[in-house]
Design a protein around this ligand. Structure first.
Ligand code: DGL
Length: 262
């Protein structure tokens, strides 16, 4: 393995930054290429066939251009829809982001868990199979959000996003009845942790919000090994399919751990 392995982190937009942040912490010595397919955002509103038809050939171009040692699909919608065809077509190791239903159900005390994802992710058989296999006696509610990823993009871009708009998207996750209520919510879209402070503040009662990013970083370390411990941190190159250049705005900079190339 190269002393500074190249890791390509892929999402439909800025949500993958929440995963990139954790992976950079785990492997600060790696080179990073962050790709946001913002020209096709939001994936969650598209059909499975459309996302596969977009991501599989695009990944071929990205592999040719950047020759990564490993690819992180930092998007639940893209992972649940395209991981199988990507792995069938390309040899590079892919680490996916899939709804963290197993750990959420294992840790819930009230046995009421909600899975908050894009409407694309929650309607997939892949996600429903995770519930069948790993709910472990929990009552799991799937909540497909139409707007939350776009609200997160807007907020990160510095736009005003109202509390009411966020509250409306998360309200169906909170279920109470028969003396118990939801105590755990799976953040099944990588955009949502961008809004975590507001989700916590706007929740009608406290819950555990499960962000898969630390588990993804651990998986990367399992596949690539721990940091080599020598040399400077090479940084992050940013690629957006819309062609827009990215300014390091104060809202975005915390997600890069200080290493930016472009
Ligand atoms: N970040 C993507 C995910 O994790 C969703 C955003 C979109 O709809 O494109 O599912």
């Amino acid at each position: 393995m190269a002393s500074h392995p190249t890791i390509l982190v892929f999402d439909s937009g800025l949500g993958g930054l929440t995963v990139l942040r954790e992976v950079v912490r785990a492997r600060p010595d790696a080179r990073y290429v962050y790709v946001g397919d913002d020209a096709f955002f939001p994936y969650g509103q598209r059909s499975e066939d459309a996302v596969i038809g977009r991501v599989v050939p695009l990944m071929g171009e990205l592999l040719d251009a950047h020759a990564p040692d490993l690819v992180v699909i930092a998007c639940n919608t893209a992972s649940t829809m395209t991981l199988a065809p990507l792995r069938a077509r390309y040899d590079v190791p892919f680490v996916g982001t899939v709804p963290a239903i197993k750990p959420a159900c294992a840790s819930s005390k009230t046995k009421r868990v909600s899975v908050l994802g894009t409407s694309g992710t929650v309607r997939l058989e892949y996600t429903r199979a995770l519930i069948r296999d790993f709910a472990g006696g929990c009552d799991v509610k799937l909540v497909g959000s139409v707007h939350l990823a776009s609200l997160a993009e807007a907020a990160l871009g510095g736009a005003e996003v109202s509390d009411e708009a966020i509250r409306a998207e998360i309200a169906p996750c909170f279920v109470a009845g028969d003396g118990s209520r939801t105590d755990t919510i799976v953040l099944a879209c990588t955009h949502y942790p961008l809004l975590l402070d507001r989700l916590v503040r706007l929740a009608p009662w406290p819950v555990d919000w499960i962000d898969p990013a630390p588990a993804i970083a651990r998986r990367v370390v399992t596949l690539l090994g721990t940091a080599s411990g020598h040399g400077d941190a090479p940084g992050v190159a940013m690629v957006f399919t819309s062609g827009r250049s990215h300014r390091l705005s104060p809202t975005i900079s915390p997600y890069f751990s200080g290493h930016i190339l472009a």
